[in-house]
Design a binder for this molecule. Structure first.
Ligand SMILES: Nc1ncnc2c1ncn2[C@@H]1O[C@H](COP(=O)(O)OP(=O)(O)OP(=O)(O)O)[C@@H](O)[C@H]1O
Ligand SMILES: [Mg+2]
Length: 282
């Protein structure tokens, strides 16, 4: 299974959300979660957790050339506190971009093999989804691309502008495109779906304590990071919401055309008054 998180502009929470979903991935039968850091602007997780930058995405991208062995990931992972396996991107943007370029040029068969591997769940943080970005190779191989957005006017306006092209690209690739909102804003889920034409699969809370632990910092109460382990994020609101999202991703067939295919346009088709709101303000 291959799942991709991305964003249209900096810092709505793509890295934090991907880490939360991987950390809260359900146990038995749902596949082993691996967090893949793949933001072409460079990685953050190695610095956040004070880890070496190798092995990781750079070494993996070389090994994955012309390979279809999904289990290669385990030769390049490191572990975060609590045991979550992670493929770290090098912090310098040029090195991560070079690795992503290699994956895009020579690693597409390998990415498809990962997507088809049911005992593996690679949760990818693509970060910036620039139209010409190398991250699209991962998004196009993934079952689902989750666009992380804060439900505020400037971010939603950006999603609305890009929606048609994003939906067309995902449809052509057989990837489901959905939104994940982080925090609250003036717009309801129905309004967001009506205006963007993209289903909102999860609404995640602002949770400074969980976000801090997911960034390798002791939480405000001074408890060391343990991710989903005892004393970690498991009981916190962001973790609970990420766990529910992870369960949905693990159990539902998310590719377009599958039984659970949501139709956001139909679902909000008669919601004319409310749905004009974002557009009117934008
Ligand atoms: N659900 C949340 N609750 C509270 N804080 C959050 C949440 N999600 C993210 N944050 C905080 O917001 C900031 C940006 O988060 P993050 O690094 O995950 O965003 P990003 O989209 O990956 O950013 P970038 O574009 O720089 O890669 C961080 O300080 C993080 O701790
Ligand atoms: Mg990030």
């Amino acid at each position: 299974m291959l799942i991709a998180f991305g964003s249209l502009k900096s810092s709505p929470g793509s890295t934090t959300t991907a880490a939360a979903v991987a950390a809260m991935w359900p146990g038995s039968g749902a596949g082993e979660p691996v967090l893949l850091e793949a933001d072409v602007r460079g990685g953050d997780v190695a610095a956040r957790f004070n880890l070496a930058t190798e092995p990781g995405l750079a070494s993996l991208s070389v090994a994955a050339r012309r390979s279809t062995d999904a289990s290669l990931v385990f030769e390049h992972v490191q572990e975060l506190p609590g045991g979550l396996k992670v493929l770290l991107a090098p912090p310098p943007a040029d090195r991560t971009a070079a690795a992503m370029k290699m994956l895009a040029e020579d690693g597409r068969p390998w990415l498809r093999a990962v997507a088809e591997q049911q005992d593996l769940a690679v949760v990818t943080d693509l970060g910036d989804l620039a139209p010409l970005g190398w991250g699209w190779a991962v998004a196009e191989a993934a079952e689902v691309l989750l666009l992380v957005v804060r439900p505020v006017l400037e971010e939603l306006t950006r999603v609305i502008s890009a929606a048609e092209a994003l939906l067309a690209r995902c449809e052509a690739a057989g990837t489901r495109l959905v939104l994940v909102t982080v925090g609250v804003g003036p717009f309801s889920k129905d309004e967001i779906e009506a205006e963007t034409g993209i289903a909102v699969i999860a609404e995640l809370p602002i949770d400074a304590a969980a976000a801090a632990m997911l960034a390798g910092r002791p939480d405000p109460r001074g408890i060391l990071s343990r991710l989903a382990g005892g004393g970690g994020i498991a009981g916190l609101p962001l973790a609970k919401a990420a766990g529910a999202l992870a369960a949905t991703l693990a159990t539902e067939q998310l590719r377009p055309g599958s039984v659970s295919d949501a139709e956001p346009q139909d679902a909000v088709a008669d919601d004319g008054v409310e749905s004009d709101r974002i557009g009117a303000l934008a």
